[in-house]
Design a protein around this ligand. Structure first.
Ligand code: ADP
Ligand code: MG
Length: 459
């Protein structure tokens, strides 16, 4: 039931806004509260119309208690506030107050997929992740290209798209970027992003509480993104359900995007038929970012924060954090916050101080010897062989990989790289590095081998 006529409801909101402006400040007020309306109050629930999905989430996360408390000061019967996106619900009008309209409204609000705005709200997408703010380097360019191709023509070319790679390397970012791009181009497209843990939990709930609609929810979408698939593996019933969802979507040419920390063949608890389904489409990995990419990411993130950070500081951070972009971002943010707090420059010294504290237990320097030894060990050959003039293939490829790693991880000069492997001529080093760079793009096995060695270098 609607309590209060339209004008008293408007007055209430105007009064509340006046108080809110005083408490949040003009800039915040202009950014978030201008243009909002109080639509109605039903059974103690206030409905506020906000302009878009970003405002909605800002209100829910940041301003909800302020709004609620302010309103409660004036009306003790108010219990909670809901934020709706403008246009997603009929504005209150005289005819809307009829029981019939209330019933229609109730019915609509229980069907979140009815309006485009609603769809975006429940899509699980985070607008922060886009192709534009994803830095492309040799470690992720294939994944990036595949994701872009999928975003252009979902459900056609690479289906399913299976993205895998270590923690913090951008799987979620890329998968979400596809979803955001699809919705940007076609606002009525139904995109659903879920973490596989959510899938598991919802599935279990649907069994436990005999909830209906579980399978429909997932089978009605145009693009389904299941992040961190490894959590479904091992849970047989859920896998079974996912298998059917997968088939239903695949058969109707709907796009599936799946991410995982490992390729399907290395997830031991994945059922065989699920594994083979995943291998129908495109399986692609994101590798550890190389030095240049790490620097580019730091440069971009620093300038996004409006701070200029010197080259040597950037290189210092990039040299010290190699295996996780989330950590890399974290270190930069920590540096910027610290510098701002102390009113000092975010320079090399400050960075070294901060990083030194937080990662005392990590080896701070990787040596050329460690790279060569680790590569030899990985291929089960002798270090003396890898450095020898021998031309047997089982030695040549590991030697080229060692050269590549000396370049990508330690940025040694080519003459230095040649020297580390007992070569006099530095053109051999140039040639080898180029060869492996190319092979990594084309040859899955080489890519895996290099990634495995890299991972071992930093544990
Ligand atoms: P994952 O899902 O693989 O664990 P995320 O996608 O969550 O990793 O990435 C971790 C963080 O690093 C995110 O904040 C993401 O935006 C950022 N990130 C990862 N790769 C890149 C990249 N190539 N360019 C810019 N930011 C990146
Ligand atoms: Mg992730």
């Amino acid at each position: 039931m609607v309590v209060g006529d339209e004008s008293s409801v408007n007055d209430l909101w105007r009064t509340a806004l006046g108080e809110i402006e005083l408490s949040v400040g003009q800039a915040n007020f202009a950014a978030w509260f201008k243009g909002t309306d109080l639509i109605d109050i039903q059974a103690g629930v206030v409905h506020i119309a906000v302009s878009n999905i970003f405002s909605k989430s800002q209100f829910e996360k940041k301003f909800n208690s302020l709004v609620l408390e302010t309103l409660q000061k004036h009306r003790s019967d108010i219990l909670s506030v809901r934020y709706v996106i403008k246009g997603s619900k009929p504005r209150k009008a005289a005819s809307d107050t009829s029981p019939l309209m209330d019933a229609v409204r109730d019915h609509n609000s229980k069907k979140p997929s009815e309006s485009p705005q609603r769809k975006t709200v429940s899509s699980g997408l985070n607008h922060r992740y886009t192709f534009n703010n994803f830095i492309v380097g040799s470690s992720n360019d294939l994944a990036y290209a595949a994701c872009q191709a999928v975003a252009v023509n979902p459900g056609t070319k690479y289906n399913p798209l299976f993205l895998y790679g270590g923690v913090g390397l951008g799987k979620t970012h890329l998968a979400q970027a596809v979803g955001n791009e699809v919705v940007r181009k076609n606002p009525s497209a139904k995109v659903l992003y879920i973490n596989s843990e959510t899938f598991v939990n919802e599935f279990l709930d649907s069994i436990r509480f005999k909830k209906k609609g579980f399978s429909t929810k997932y089978r009605e979408v145009d693009v389904l993104i299941v992040d961190d698939m490894q959590f479904i593996a091992g849970k047989e019933k859920t896998q079974e359900e996912f298998f059917h969802t997968f088939n239903a979507l695949h058969q109707s040419n709907k796009q599936l995007i799946i991410t995982s920390d490992k390729p399907p063949k290395n997830i031991p608890t994945l059922t065989e038929r699920m594994r083979s389904r995943f291998e129908w489409g495109m399986t692609i990995d994101i590798q550890l970012p190389d030095f240049e990419t790490r620097c580019a990411i730091l440069d971009t993130k620093a300038s996004e924060s409006g701070v200029s950070v010197g080259r040597e500081t950037i290189e210092y951070l990039a040299n010290n954090i190699k295996t996780n972009i989330r950590e890399l971002e974290g270190a930069l943010n920590q540096l910027l916050a610290f510098a701002e707090m102390r009113n000092i420059e975010p320079d090399l010294q400050t960075a070294a101080g901060l990083l030194g504290n937080s990662r005392a237990t990590r080896p701070s320097h990787l040596t050329p010897k460690q790279v060569v030894d680790r590569t030899a060990k990985h291929f089960q050959i002798e270090v003396t062989d890898i450095k020898s003039p021998k031309r047997d293939k089982y030695i040549v490829v590991p030697r080229q990989i060692a050269m590549y790693l000396l370049r990508s991880e330690l940025h040694l000069s080519f003459p230095r790289i040649a020297g580390e492997l007992g070569r006099k001529d530095h053109t051999t080093a140039i040639h080898s590095v180029e060869k492996i760079e190319k092979a990594i793009k084309l040859d899955f096995i080489i890519r895996e081998q290099v990634a495995e060695i890299k991972e071992k270098l930093y544990v």
